[in-house]
Design a protein around this ligand. Structure first.
Ligand SMILES: [Zn+2]
Ligand SMILES: [Zn+2]
Length: 116
């Protein structure tokens, strides 16, 4: 049976929006600012092979298309043509930036890293 925590029931990414929202089957409302989605693009070009998830700043954060891949991931194509990112639902769930998943103290920490 599918894990409700990693099963999206709705994805909202309106044209020109700066945040995508995902409603998960367990009732959790996922919040994904596009700079976070882009910065944590999971493709090999962005993440390399270090095994550690890196934040890459500076990419175009406008989403051209966002579409499901099978029943396990979302494919995101960015405004600058970068379209190799396949975001698995498990990865997206872990990336959630809602107030519940990212308490204020962790938010500050990430802000620091983004300024580097
Ligand atoms: Zn990438
Ligand atoms: Zn959350």
């Amino acid at each position: 049976m599918a894990d409700r925590r990693t099963t999206p029931i709705a994805v909202r990414s309106p044209f020109r929006a700066t945040t995508t929202e995902i409603d998960w089957a367990d009732g959790h409302k996922g919040i994904y600012p596009h700079e976070v989605l882009r910065g944590y693009c999971p493709c090999a070009g962005c993440q390399g092979h270090s095994g550690e998830v890196r934040f890459i700043s500076g990419g175009d954060t406008s989403i051209k298309t966002i579409e499901p891949v099978g029943d396990y991931a979302l494919h995101v194509a960015w405004g600058d043509g970068h379209d190799t990112g396949i975001y698995t639902f498990r990865y997206l769930r872990a990336l959630c930036q809602c107030a519940e998943c990212v308490p204020p103290e962790r938010r500050d920490e990430r802000g620091e890293r983004q300024r580097l």
